[in-house]
Ligand binder design. Structure first.
Ligand code: HEC
Length: 326
């Protein structure tokens, strides 16, 4: 029997991942948003790290396996996220338990064999107050761009209270980045399908925002116009939305962006070319977009410090003929 050709193996792997829970789309965001700050590069509470497959599966100081592929009942992360609100061992300890759909997805993922792509590392997106940690794939000689400076005496505008109240109505609660910090983060992702362009309107009055998660929502290019006042924004997640190149005009006008996630959008080389003026940009995610190696090269030439994460595992085009006949 012929050994399986690499190109075919990749196609089959891609097909089987699509059928079940998708790690990058469904699981990585849950872990990155809810676990990474205590179990990542910065801190390893309980001697547990969750950013690489090896560490996440191995577990922490209790020596119980973090993840056992195929067995949710033996996977410590699942036991922990499913504890009651009063349990000291509930994860995450604050703000837990996670919403039921997130817990269900984690369980399905483990049951389904806990697939985690080789070498994939959960990216920390927290630029403030700690610097972004360059991803494992960073080019060694990359000159890391300086973090933008946040004005020390910043006071949120009085009108922000109204903007926050409007967002609360939509079920989104902008929170201070740290105790006593005037800077805020807002996560729309948990409200996903309910979030449209109209939901973003109050954002234009929220100049204290430094981190904004809009991934997995129903927003379009038009909605991004509401971001134009966010001059201090450093972290922006637009993954898995309907954003196209047109929307990147608004993004290119955010001078302090450090982290930008465009994974699973329709952007192309022409779109990311608009980002060439973002001098603080350190991490750009363009998995599953129409961006090509040429487009990446061009942006890297303009911004030598940027780490562009493409997630490419695609076979070389010449090998296409290896595909099985239908
Ligand atoms: C605010 C910080 C914080 C966050 C966020 C957090 N944890 Fe923890 N975690 C801890 C602390 C502290 C411990 C050690 C105390 C304990 O065992 O309960 C711990 C322990 C653990 C352990 C046990 C490690 C061992 O073997 O002893 C697991 C597994 C775990 N966390 C998973 C998670 C998962 C999964 C998430 C995200 C859904 C998460 N944690 C989010 C603080 C956190």
């Amino acid at each position: 029997m012929n050994p399986m050709k690499p190109a075919l193996a990749v196609l089959i792997a891609a097909a089987s991942v699509q059928a079940a829970v998708d790690f990058q789309k469904d699981i990585a965001p849950i872990l990155a948003d809810n676990c990474l700050k205590c179990h990542g590069p910065e801190k390893q509470k309980g001697k547990y790290r969750i950013d690489s497959k090896e560490a996440a599966f191995k577990g922490g100081k209790s020596e119980k396996a973090g993840v056992v592929a195929g067995d949710p009942d033996k996977s410590e992360i699942l036991l922990r996220v499913n504890l009651g609100k009063d349990s000291d061992e509930l994860m995450p300890p604050e703000g837990g338990p996670l919403p039921e759909p997130a817990r269900a997805k984690l369980k399905e993922w483990v049951k389904d064999g806990a697939k985690w792509p080789d070498g994939f590392v959960l990216a920390s997106a927290v630029a403030v107050p700690t610097p972004v940690v360059p991803s494992a794939t960073a080019r060694p000689a990359r000159p890391i761009p300086p973090l933008p400076e946040l004005p020390k005496d910043f006071k949120p505008a009085a009108a922000e209270a109204a903007a926050i109240a409007a967002l609360n109505k939509a079920g989104v609660d902008p929170r201070p980045l740290a105790q006593d910090s005037p800077w805020k983060e807002a996560n729309f992702r948990l409200k996903g399908a309910e979030i449209t362009d109209a939901s973003l309107a109050p954002l234009s009055g929220l100049g204290s925002l430094v981190e904004l998660r809009l991934g997995n929502t129903k927003i379009t290019d038009a909605g991004l116009k509401s971001l134009s006042g966010l001059k201090h924004l450093q972290v922006l997640g637009l993954e898995l939305t309907g954003i196209t190149d047109a929307g990147l005009d608004a993004v290119a006008s955010l001078p302090n962006l450090v982290y930008l996630n465009l994974y699973g959008t329709k952007v192309t080389d022409a779109g990311i070319a608009k980002l060439a003026g973002l001098k603080h940009l350190r991490n750009l995610y363009v998995w599953q977009t129409q961006v090509t190696p040429e487009g990446v090269k061009k942006l890297e030439a303009a911004l030598p410090g940027v780490d562009i994460n493409t997630g490419w595992v695609a076979p070389a085009p010449a090998e296409k003929k290896e595909e099985p006949k239908k």
